[in-house]
Every structure is written in structure tokens, then in C-alpha cells.
Design a protein around this ligand. Sequence first.
Ligand SMILES: Nc1ncnc2c1ncn2[C@@H]1O[C@H](COP(=O)(O)OP(=O)(O)OP(=O)(O)O)[C@@H](O)[C@H]1O
Ligand SMILES: [Mg+2]
Length: 236
Amino acid sequence: MATRDTLLVSLTAPASFAAEQYQGLRLAVERLARARDVRTIAVSSPAAGDGKTVTAINLAGTLARGSDDRVLLVDADLRRPSVASLLAIPGGGLGLADALGSGRGAADVVRTVDGCLLDVIPAGSPRAGISEILRSPRLDAFLQELRQRYAYIVLDTPPLLPVFDAALIAKSVDGVLMVVSANRTPRKLLGEALNLLDASKVLGIVFNRDAHPLFGYYDAYCRQYFPGVSRIAGQA
Ligand SMILES: Nc1ncnc2c1ncn2[C@@H]1O[C@H](COP(=O)(O)OP(=O)(O)OP(=O)(O)O)[C@@H](O)[C@H]1O
Ligand SMILES: [Mg+2]
């Protein structure tokens, strides 16, 4: 565990203040699961580097901790995958791209991570074009199959604006958490990213790098355009 990124607090320092901030996100997600059976959740953001991967790993970690729920983390960023390296999972194995593109089954691609309560599907090696792979009906079928086995499936995705991968993935999940880099992501970009998604799929906004991770703050801009969207968590 010592080699894992120090930002992955849900795994490396579950008793810390930083890890506690993810508890709010966990509670919100658990509430959505109870109310609307939202259990497959894509984590995306408008631009590169907003904190999607850190958020996805911590969310999956916090959902798994102290619970009997089985949680799966999927690296669906097939262009620039980083989950495996951050979790120190040996590279080179099969992953999501192989399950979607080469018909590999879940048993071939799911890894367990030592010292974590999570199962992980790394990105794998795409053989065909990535948009083509993600447009395949196999994505829907594969996630439905996994949904039978796991209480929660968290998918790390690419940013929404430069490529359309995350918008394609969004069609096959129950909901999308939008990560924004607090005080950094321009509102215009957030608006454009939200416009790429079906509004009913947007579960909420996670303010990453937020110095004041409090509940109950509703971003006026988002409320105006997406009345169902609220800020649901933040992290320092
Ligand atoms: N809350 C935070 N505090 C400090 N640094 C952070 C925080 N969240 C993320 N970072 C750092 O910012 C960088 C980007 O984070 P991350 O990889 O999670 O972003 P991303 O949105 O997944 O990026 P990409 O679009 O490239 O996939 C990393 O170096 C990460 O360690
Ligand atoms: Mg990432």
C-alpha cells in the first residue's frame, strides 16, 4: 500500500480527514442506489486533469470499505489509462478493451487487488478504434452482466470535451458524476460537458481540490441549466 498514490486516501489512509470527505460522496451514492437503483456510475469531467481517476478510485474504495458490498472499479479511459499504475496492478494483462473488442469474459479481465476490497478491470489493449469499441452493444451487455455480480461498478472515463468516449459510456451506465476542479474548471467548459450528457444521467458535481468541502451548496449556474443536478460532495 505504501507505493500507492498518497491521494488515494480511501485506500491508504481511511481514517484521515481527506478520506472522510469521500464519506459524503459515498452516502450520496448509497442514497441514489436505494432510491433509483443507480449502481453503475461513470466518473467524468469537462477537461483533462480535473481529478476523475483520483475520485473514481477513492469512491470505489470508500464504497467497499467496511461493507459486504462487492465493488468493481473499471478503467474505461482506454486512451490514457491510469488506474492500474496508480493501484500498482501489474500491466500488460487483459482488460475492458479485450472484453469489448475480443469477446473476453469477465473472468478473464477482472483482477483482485492485494490489500484492497475492490475488484478492478484495467483498460486492456484496444485492437480496433476506441469509438468503435465503445459504440458496440457489447458494452451494454458486459455492464449488465457485471451488474448481477457487483453492488457498485465505478468507471473511470476520459474527459468529456476532447473525445466522445465518456458520452458513449454514459449511455450504458446508470449515472455520471461530474468532477470539476474547484476554482479552475471554467463554467463554460462545465456547461459544454453537461450538454453532451442526457440531463437525467447526471448524478451531481464533485468539487475536487475544494478547500471547503461542505454539503448544501448548489451551484447557481448548474441549477439554472440542470435543475436536478446538485453539488453532492467535495474533497480537499
Ligand atoms: N484533490 C487533489 N489534490 C491535489 N492533487 C490532486 C487532487 N486530485 C487530483 N490531483 C492530482 O492532479 C492530477 C490529475 O488527477 P487525475 O489523474 O485524477 O485527473 P484526471 O481527471 O483523471 O486526469 P486525466 O484527464 O488525465 O485522466 C494528478 O497528478 C493528481 O495526483
Ligand atoms: Mg484519469
